[in-house]
Design a protein around this ligand. Structure first.
Ligand code: PGA
Length: 253
């Protein structure tokens, strides 16, 4: 039994407007009983956020986050949302550095570091996503990539910020492909992430920090992933869109 509290995140990406979210919330709360021993966080699209918040109001065990924030607090940045706005709307969390942001929107490690600072400043908790491409893995650069992605952000934070970050290891080749990492491979990468965390904090924090896995997590593979020593939960994309399948994932471990 691990001392770390399991964490399950639903990353809805660009799925579900307000009406669908309302239906989801009702089915999910029926399928998933209150679970105090684990953290469950939904990351809906921003436009859906207020409706999902209201629909889950009676469930204090379910938390909400945003998928991304701008690196500034406010300003002329059409379409963007800021970390203080997300906090005001009731978010407790924000993702930072999801691989789709890195690829489609060209978020660099430095930009992700600035966003993470803003997230912390606004009183939210960041889930920092890191992970290698297939090419990086096959050319033996896993350690180097993870160390750079984690290190650039840690370097920008103070000690309490470093300790507030939840890490999500999400190999790019496993996201949305139906091809999850094998538990042993996820475990190896999570151990690298913990070593990197130890370099920036201390071994006790690296041992206690929550490090979750993302990339084609489904009800049928979540248990074996959670059995890996260093895996504390999951960030779930497509399987989080179905209330029963996400409820099954959140009950795992
Ligand atoms: P997936 O997405 O579960 O659909 O692979 C995971 C993620 O991108 O966080």
């Amino acid at each position: 039994m691990k001392a770390r509290k399991p964490f399950f995140g639903a990353n809805w990406k660009m799925h579900k407007g307000p009406s669908e979210a309302r239906r989801f919330a009702s089915a999910f709360t029926d399928a998933y009983p209150v679970g105090e021993d684990r953290t469950v966080v939904f990351f809906p699209p921003s436009i859906t956020f207020p409706v999902l918040r209201r629909a889950m109001e009676s469930r204090a065990d379910l938390q909400l986050g945003v998928q991304d924030v701008h690196e500034e607090r406010e300003g002329a940045h059409t379409s963007a949302i800021s970390a203080p706005m997300a906090a005001d709307a009731g978010a407790a969390w924000s993702l930072a550095g999801h691989s789709e942001r890195r690829r489609e929107f060209r978020d660099t490690d430095r930009l992700i570091a600035r966003k993470t600072l803003r997230i912390l400043e606004a009183g939210l908790s960041p889930v920092l996503c890191v992970g290698e491409t297939l090419d990086e893995r096959e050319s033996g650069r896993l350690g180097e990539v993870l160390s750079r992605q984690v290190g650039t952000v840690m370097d920008a934070l103070d000690d309490s910020g470093r300790r507030a970050v939840v890490l999500a290891y999400e190999p790019v080749w496993a996201i949305g492909t139906g091809r999850s990492a094998r538990p042993a491979d996820a475990d190896e990468a999570h151990a690298i992430v913990r070593r990197e965390l130890a370099n920036w904090t201390d071994p006790e924090h690296a041992r206690d920090a929550v490090v979750i896995y993302g990339g084609s997590v489904k009800p049928h593979n979540v248990e074996e992933l959670l059995e890996a020593e260093h895996v504390d939960g999951a960030l779930v994309g497509s399987a989080s869109l179905d209330p029963r399948s996400f409820a099954a994932i959140c009950r795992a471990g």
